[in-house]
Design a protein. Sequence first.
Length: 119
Amino acid sequence: MEREGLINVVPQSGTYIATIDMNIAKEGRFVRECIEPQVMMEALAKHSSAQFETLQQNLNAPKKAVKADQTDLFFDLDQKFHQTFYQIADRRQIWDWLHLNSLWLNRFQRLCLKVPGLD
């Protein structure tokens, strides 16, 4: 976690959670906004009826989490929804890369769910 910049380790003092680097978070959002429309188009061109049903379930589940005020569950379900598009489009490696390189964006998105007006 230190290597990713998520924590700061200060010898003989302690380990501290790093503040969110908004520039990195914004770049992560930019990359996803550029890539995801293409991935979604590919997935929609390839999907089977069973995969469409999975997408529909993945789309409805976060709505229930919002109504129940379960922000962590909402975030996890939303990530699963997006991941499903990458899987259907056969772009799993891109999802893995994005997921690994979106740590700052993910932290910011989770925070936005818990603290209104941050975005």
